[in-house]
Design a protein around this ligand. Structure first.
Ligand SMILES: Cc1ncc(C[n+]2csc(CCOP(=O)(O)OP(=O)(O)O)c2C)c(N)n1
Length: 428
């Protein structure tokens, strides 16, 4: 047998490529290498186009809003002013909600929070473009779906505080909402699960002869999970009526998108390899997001197959309240991000149309601030997280089995005994 301990002469030594983000703390971010095509440039194929025909759009970027805030090109969804204003209001509401809940976490009122700053257009415009009966399988950064569908802000906050108003009874990590009525499937802490679930739900909808479609959501980092690939296979094989969104915000906590393969190919281009239509979309352009989701919805609804949409965006803040991005990425990246701020861009569009002005904008900001504060006040009347410690301990062990198994009964009694000992009285 050949001696493998010595490299063979005259052959290059094998090496691996380990992706490194272009900028680290201390560097000056410069995104000039990112190609940003002009708004209006991308063609809009027929909704029944072959998956393969969408390939050029997987390396391009569907954009509608130009630098002056005008809507241009074949993807312009030509929305009426009321719809545009509602989207602006919802996006601003999400940002204010995020800021107040972030602060609430810092004040010790809850244990955890996750913002979606810079990504507000994606969930809001997607929800606006789909039917209210369609089902979403979101990750933790699509709070905009609930806001756009009119879910009460106070109930979202009660979930974050795990208080008496929490419909999930404190059984989920803060921000992991669930609401069937609003077509919002329970968020899972295990990344990737929502993709096969969305495909399965969409297949079931088709098997039942229903007309509702599903949309599954995933982050760039989580596309490296096996669930992503099995979902794509099922969606392609059965031509499931589903839209599969990849929110490429460049970061997966401290790992940059290159670790999930972004250096080699765009996430959108993976779609075509499976036989799925793919679109790569400016995620900071609410109109482009709307138009792409509308296109994919029509395609799914008319049995023309699934679509995977990569929303190209930037996670403007930390991953969560437990994260400090200054430890791994350069300062000022969000400001340098070439696609701008989605809220400012939609506002500029409305102003350009003559349907908005600074006075109305300031009044809207005030109204949202008042609404969010009022919701927070009401939610806090039902308790904040640190006050929940000994509330209704037995409920932790309910609602899974019709009859509590002996080992859970034992744990429940033990928990009650410990609480009794700690409090010096029976827990509430
Ligand atoms: C299966 C699994 N692996 C790892 C984690 C830990 N984790 C939570 S969020 C996260 C980053 C996900 O990044 P990405 O998918 O890009 O979404 P983003 O947070 O950027 O929206 C990781 C690794 C997890 N929750 N589940």
């Amino acid at each position: 047998m050949a001696d493998k301990s010595h490299p063979r002469p005259n052959r290059p030594a094998l090496a691996l490529h380990v992706p490194e983000p272009p900028f680290r703390p201390g560097d000056t971010p410069d995104f000039s290498s990112i190609k940003v095509p002009a708004a209006g440039e991308a063609p809009r194929p027929d909704i029944a186009a072959d998956a393969e025909a969408t390939f050029p759009l997987c390396t391009h970027l569907v954009r509608v809003l130009d630098e002056q805030g005008r809507a241009v090109g074949p993807w312009d969804p030509k929305l009426d002013a009321d719809t545009l204003r509602k989207m602006l209001k919802d996006m601003k509401t999400v940002r204010v909600f995020d800021d107040r809940m972030y602060r609430a976490q810092r004040q010790g009122k809850t244990s955890f929070y996750m913002k979606c700053t810079g990504e507000e257009a994606i969930a809001i415009a997607a929800a606006t473009a789909m039917d209210p009966e369609d089902m979403h399988f979101p990750t933790y950064r699509q709070q905009g779906l609930l806001v756009a569908r009119g879910y009460p802000l106070e109930t979202m906050m009660c979930q974050i505080y795990s208080n008496r108003g929490d419909p999930l009874q404190g059984r989920q990590l803060p921000i992991m909402y669930s609401d069937k009525k609003h077509g919002f499937f329970s968020i899972s802490g295990n990344l990737g699960t929502q993709y096969p679930q969305a495909v399965g739900w969409a297949m079931a909808s088709a098997i039942k002869g229903d007309s509702r479609i599903a949309m599954g959501w995933i982050g760039d980092g989580a596309t490296a999970e096996g669930d992503f690939h099995s979902a794509m296979t099922f969606a392609a094989v059965y031509q499931a009526p589903v839209i599969l969104a990849v929110v490429n915000n460049q970061w997966a906590i401290s790992s940059f998108s290159g670790i999930a393969g972004a250096e080699q190919a765009t996430f959108a281009s993976r779609a075509v390899g499976y036989g799925i239509a793919g679109l790569r979309v400016d995620g900071n352009d609410a109109l482009a997001v709307y138009a792409a989701v509308q296109w994919a919805s029509e395609r799914a609804r008319t049995n023309n197959g699934p679509t995977m949409i990569e929303f190209f965006t930037y996670r403007a803040e930390g991953h969560s309240t437990s994260d400090d991005p200054t430890g791994y990425r350069a300062k000022g990246e969000a400001e340098e991000w070439p696609l701008g701020d989605p809220i400012a861009r939609l506002k500029a569009h409305l102003v350009t149309l003559g349907e908005w002005d600074e006075e109305r904008d300031a009044a809207l900001d005030k109204e949202i601030d008042t609404t969010v504060r009022a919701a927070q006040k009401d939610a806090e009347k039902l308790g904040i997280l640190p006050q929940q410690g000994f509330d209704d301990i037995p409920s932790m062990f309910e609602d899974v089995y019709s009859e509590t198994p002996w080992h859970l009964a034992e744990q429940r009694d033990q928990a009650l005994a410990e609480a009794r000992e700690f409090l010096g009285r029976d827990p509430a």
